[in-house]
Design a protein around this ligand. Structure first.
Ligand SMILES: *Cc1c(COP(=O)(O)O)cnc(C)c1O
Length: 459
């Protein structure tokens, strides 16, 4: 009996299904060409399994839908705002809440309040919208993640950790007064959903306290990070996810949140802070960019769904099944020999396009090319996280990130294990014919966040 494994399984059953359109290879070829070989420009209707993002794509529970019916659509002081505020305080531990339409709304407000021209914002790897708002506010982002994070083969358990020596060097070079805050993400998206350890957070807290520098937490995937702490860090095996999430947050001064990820809603986000002065300013500013401070660009029903989603997101059974499904897919890919970022992260599988297509150099967009090829095979939509996503520096030069990845992001509670099999098999087929794949050139490039709308042609 000893060898029978304990599989993860979903702590829910399916009540309603959404029918999908199946496409032929000829239809997919036409659709991809029309989309300029950018998976962001495909019509969702032409996609079979949509792994473009885990953002806003979760399946809500019956409780969340019931909560939607309890929306209090008052302009000011909606009941749902107070429910959300209570949940944010209880579950996340931050004092003051400013709802925003999504994560970048919170980033905009926070960056404008805390960053002055010429400031330096160190962080554990950049995120597209986060860095852009820091730059638009006059700051400069500096990457202080550990070197291991840039190596897809390195199996370090906490690749999201901050290299405290790098941070100290920055403080020495620029002075603490030039650093308004350290920007810390849990489950570092661009590194492949890699967690930061509690030990590292504690040490970061001690160092920043010494220099009176704030720590701002991008808590978009904090529950997934908490799961890895529970599984991998000494002393946390028996702690519930809820307690771990709260402890993580206790080492930070405030947070921006895209509730479209961990918190299981289709739209929503917030800024949460402990500092009254920052809250005051944010409450003033939210009226300019989002809406009144008790709705921040959201309907009352959206805030209710978010409040319930946050409670569900920190359930131990939920998060075990969520990450379990991602690991199932990753292991299947590895069985087929597909090169992926290791260890497997929390919200998706990141395929190493440099390794997959070593004959295509970075100026010919290997990850963009691979994402297009994967769609053509079976209608699976993924996205590029490489040189296109990295964009250009202020002086117009391209950023050339070390990681050139294709992201297979798994929506929460949406797809089945059979879908995971189809994805792995399709990727393996593309891998088999990898030598015949050619790169691309960019024929249209938008100024900001170019990966969303850029167009390409096959070479
Ligand atoms: C999605 C995301 C954001 C931005 O949030 P939006 O809701 O898309 O505006 C910020 N940080 C991280 C890590 C994210 O994944």
């Amino acid at each position: 009996m000893k060898n029978i494994k304990h599989s993860w399984a979903e702590p829910y059953k399916i009540k309603m299904v959404e029918l999908l359109k199946m496409t032929s290879p000829a239809q997919r070829k036409k659709a991809m060409k029309e989309a300029g070989y950018n998976t962001f420009l495909l019509k969702s209707e032409d996609v079979y399994i949509d792994l473009l993002t885990d953002s806003g794509t979760s399946a809500m529970s019956d409780r969340q839908w019931a909560g939607m019916m309890m929306g209090d659509e008052a302009y000011a002081g909606s009941r749902n705002f107070y429910n959300l505020e209570k949940v944010v305080q209880e579950i996340y531990g931050y004092k003051y809440l400013i709802p925003t339409h999504q994560g970048r709304g919170a980033e905009n407000i926070l960056s404008k309040i805390l960053i002055k021209k010429g400031d330096i914002i160190p962080g554990n790897m950049y995120f597209t919208t986060t860095r852009l708002h820091q730059e638009l506010a006059g700051g400069k982002f500096e990457d202080i993640i550990i070197d291991e994070a840039h190596d897809p083969e390195n199996e370090c358990a906490f690749k999201g950790n901050v290299d405290l020596d790098k941070l100290e060097r920055l403080i020495k070079k620029y002075g603490a007064e030039k650093i308004p805050y350290v920007s810390i993400a849990t489950s570092v998206n661009m590194a492949g959903g890699q967690p930061i350890s509690m030990k590292n957070l504690k040490e970061l807290r001690a160092l920043t306290k010494k220099h009176k520098i704030r720590v701002i937490h991008d808590m978009t995937r904090v529950a997934e990070n908490a799961y890895f702490i529970q599984q991998r860090e000494k002393g946390y095996a028996n702690k519930p996810i809820k307690a771990i999430v709260k402890e993580i947050n206790s080492y930070t001064d405030g947070a921006t949140m895209s509730a479209k990820k961990d918190a299981l809603v289709n739209i929503g986000g917030f800024l949460a802070v402990n500092d009254w002065d920052v809250f005051e300013e944010a409450r003033n500013m939210v009226v300019v960019y989002e809406g009144l401070h008790t709705y921040g660009g959201l309907a009352g029903r959206d805030m209710e769904a978010m409040a319930i989603g946050i409670l569900e997101s920190v359930g131990d059974d939920h998060i075990k099944a969520r990450v379990g499904q991602v690991i199932y897919l990753g292991e299947k890919m590895m069985d087929y020999g597909v090169p992926i970022v290791k260890p497997i992260g929390g919200h998706g599988i990141f395929v190493d396009a440099k390794k997959f297509l070593p004959h295509i150099n970075q100026d010919q967009f290997p990850a963009q090319t691979l994402a297009a090829e994967i769609y053509l095979d079976a209608g699976v939509r993924t996205m590029e996280r490489g040189v296109v996503s990295a964009g250009r520096k202020a002086n117009g030069e391209n950023y050339y990130p070390k990681l050139e990845l294709v992201r297979f992001t798994i929506p929460r509670r949406v797809y089945t294990q059979a879908h995971m099999d189809v994805i792995a098999e399709s990727t393996a087929r593309v891998y088999e014919r990898r030598n015949s794949i050619k790169g691309m050139k960019m024929i249209y490039e938008p100024k900001y966040l170019r990966f969303f709308q850029a167009r390409f042609e096959k070479l």
